[in-house]
Ligand binder design. Structure first.
Ligand code: GLP
Length: 246
């Protein structure tokens, strides 16, 4: 586990964008796993600027997102489809057919989970998966108690997640109660992982991730077992970690 400590959100975002850019330039990453939430917004902003500055074409790239809310169509303003369109896809030249997310409005969500898992397999797996972390240690939408051997599946969101994500909805009561998420095993199969964390509200989860006992009670602890994970976190997010990180 490689941990990079940075001063604040801006530094985290810039460093994270540079990390991804270099791997895109040298074609180490052809299938990029993407995350949503507030944390990666700054990274996407920096990445777009860097891609434009380099004149880099991403017409060959495939992206796969971690998750999507059940019941929200792609054009719903609160869907992760729409989020990705706004913060990244419309600013770069990735073909729309190459940008994949689970369909939250699929008629048969069980079948949709299988389709998505199969798709990742057909693409040859994820080269680099970007992750944020929930305050309760969730990754993707794998809430506490999720099985470490889980593949893409339908999940019930924890009350604390529904509350935390309410801030992105006009009416916080409209946060869907379920989502489709890549499973923990799907995430762990990624060849490399970049996890971002900023702010004191993530400090408990980051302490567990780095120093806690590996347990399904805190999904992110499974990442201790990943052979190629980099964490970029700011001082606040690392404030409860005992071991010295420079
Ligand atoms: C959401 C997403 C996660 C994300 C997490 C943290 O529930 N499904 O992928 O990492 O919450 O979100 P934020 O970055 O807004 O704190």
């Amino acid at each position: 586990m490689k941990i990079m400590k940075v001063e604040n959100y801006q530094n985290m975002s810039e460093k994270g964008a540079q990390f991804i850019l270099e791997k895109l330039i040298n074609r180490e990453v052809n299938v990029l796993g993407l995350a949503t939430g507030g944390t990666p917004v700054g990274l996407y902003e920096h990445l777009i600027k860097k891609i434009h500055n380099k004149g880099l074409s991403l017409s060959h790239l495939h992206t796969v997102n971690l998750d999507e809310y059940i019941g929200l169509a792609a054009d719903d303003p609160n869907s992760y489809h729409q989020y990705m369109e706004d913060v990244l896809f419309k600013h770069i030249d990735i073909p729309s057919n190459n940008a994949h997310l689970p369909h939250g409005d699929a008629e048969n969500v069980t079948y949709e989970c299988e389709r998505y898992e199969q798709l990742i397999h057909q693409l040859g797996g994820v080269d680099l998966q970007l992750l944020g972390i929930g305050n309760n240690g969730h990754i993707g939408f794998n809430e506490p108690g999720s099985p470490f051997d889980g593949r893409t599946m339908v999940v019930d969101l924890a009350p604390s997640t529904i509350e935390a994500n309410g801030r992105y909805f006009k009416d916080p009561n409209n946060v869907p109660r379920q989502a489709i998420t890549m499973g923990i095993k799907t995430i762990m199969d990624s060849k490399s992982i970049l996890l971002l964390a900023s702010g004191v509200e993530k400090a408990e989860a980051i302490k567990e991730l780095i120093e806690g006992e590996v347990s399904e009670k805190t999904p992110a602890t499974v990442l201790q077992k990943h052979p190629n994970i980099t964490i970029i976190a700011d001082e606040e997010a690392l404030s409860l970690v005992n071991k010295t990180i420079v």
